[in-house]
Design a protein. Structure first.
Length: 222
């Protein structure tokens, strides 16, 4: 790995600002004692750790990205949560979980990547009857699927809309400030892979922040 490949920002610090919404969304679900939860597309697991604390349940945190799971494994060890969280490096669409095996499926920012129809179908099979599917998704991207959500075997149970322009105000704007500060200190970082990735995302979100508004959707299997 050369120097331009190393991460230079701990983006989780910015992501953690959204945990208040994860908490609020979790509280929309009726209390389930020690639920079995699948966190799909958990990434480095910022919400996963929070879910473990909130639920007291057992969580499988799955992602196709090995590097992110290594970071999550370190967090699990440091926070002594290995009895609650197990990581799994696999694709959700190729999962081999038993039918009706989870009380809750949690998926923040991943179904639009995998594809809504396939993800709804895969979740339906492995959720217990009356189980909950919780998504944090772009209002724009998910809305066509919600019009006839019963077709996929769910009803809309509750919704939590995040504040307007939240991704700009609470994530990309402070991240841009951090990046600009780093570039002043070391202009060569302009070539760094992580800096290039986030500058690209900032250039998409900054001119049109409302386009990136999201909400938590709590769907219930019917
Ligand atoms: C936008 S990130 C969200 C990460 C995390 N849920 C969060 O909110 O911080 C989307 C994640 O989905 C993962 N992902 C994409 N396709 C996947 C698949 N087919 N199965 C499992 N995870 C997938 C990516 O590797 C990435 O970590």
């Amino acid at each position: 790995m050369n120097e331009t490949d190393n991460d230079v920002i701990d983006v989780d610090i910015f992501r953690e600002g959204f945990l208040k919404y994860t908490t609020e969304a979790f509280q929309l679900i009726p209390i389930i004692k020690k639920p079995r939860i699948l966190d799909v597309g958990c990434g480095t697991g910022t919400p996963t750790i929070e879910l473990a604390h909130l639920s007291g349940g057992k969580i499988i945190a799955m992602d196709i990205n090995k590097k992110d799971l290594q970071i999550l494994n370190q967090k699990i060890k440091k926070k002594k949560l290995s009895n609650q969280i197990k990581t799994l490096n696999a694709s959700f669409l190729k999962n081999k979980f038993d039918k009706n095996s989870f009380d809750i499926i949690w998926a923040e920012g991943v179904f639009h990547i995998i594809g809504f129809e396939k993800s709804f179908k895969a979740s339906q099979r492995i959720l217990k009857k009356m189980g909950y599917l919780v998504l944090n998704e772009s209002l724009k991207k998910i809305s066509p699927y919600l019009r006839d959500i019963a077709k996929f075997g769910y009803k809309e149970y509750k919704k939590l809309k995040l504040p307007e322009r939240v991704w700009w105000n609470e994530f990309y704007k402070p991240l841009e400030k951090e990046i600009n500060g780093l570039l002043v200190e070391d202009p060569k970082l302009i070539k760094n892979r992580q800096i290039r990735r986030y500058r690209r995302e900032i250039s998409m979100v900054k001119p049109n922040p409302k386009e990136f508004d999201t909400a938590f959707y709590v769907l219930q299997k019917i």
